[in-house]
Write a protein that binds this ligand. Sequence first.
Ligand code: RRO
Length: 312
Amino acid sequence: MPIKLTSSLAGVTFANPLLNAAGVHCATPTELDEVLASAAGGVVTKSATLAPRDGNVRPRFQALPLGSINSMGLPNQGFDAYLAYACAHQQAATAPVILSLAGLSLADDLAMLRRVQESDFTGLVELNLSCPNVPGKPQVAYDFAAVTRVLDQAFQFFTKRLGIKLPPYLDLAQFDALAAILNRYPLAYVNAINSLGNGLVIDPLTERPVIRPKGGFGGIGGAYVKPTALANVRAWRQRLNPTIGIIGTGGVRTGTDVFEHLLCGADLVQVGTALATEGPAIFARLTRELTAVMATKGYQTLADFRGKLQVR
Ligand code: RRO
């Protein structure tokens, strides 16, 4: 029997579960085209603000032995550009496009969602509630009253499929409290995790941080965060309504990492730091490696093992 990697999220079918993580290789039409031309199952656009932004001063990304640190500061071409790209590509027989939005205020989030609602776009929309890097803007998702406000108001008018990008949580009481809130809404999915916010990496030779914005504070990604990402995927799958899907993001560098995210309950899996360093060819390697892991274990579909983490 051939091995099948197809997966669906909120009724959207992907040929395989692998996508870029928002923010990596997805800021320009060229980069988005390159992901779509690769072996990826789909693409997510760079989180959009209403107006284009240059982002923070450089250096603002640094690859590290076990991952990366970034303080990009939401550099993006603006909402109109990404909505146009998503609309133009939704009928193509290639892979689905997820449209990511990150307003700088509640009003901006709602303004963009209204524009999507009025548009021809019918695909998945992701509201990024967890950008750690805009000076003076705390992460919405660490303020549960703010999460409630944005979802209450969004679902007053938004009838398309909406997911949210969440930061890592580190205490089980936070999962319990936020799950009770999220389960009240018709969410399509949650995406866990965004980068682990406000780490500090320093170069002991120069006695300076390795990135410049925010005094060197930035979001940590890659292998450093894989255990945290897996725990968040698992914790959400244990608590959220089964109708709410999950995208697992964090620390994916090999097919085994993808397998582990799926075992924790992810429906799709996104690749951030490793895509930044290896480029879109990584998707062919990861699908090959995931297929090999499944073959060794005798699994034929993702459903054979998704969410079936064994307990000790
Ligand atoms: O642009 C960024 O600095 C950024 C964003 Br919006 C995000 O959600 N996560 C991240 O690590 N960087």
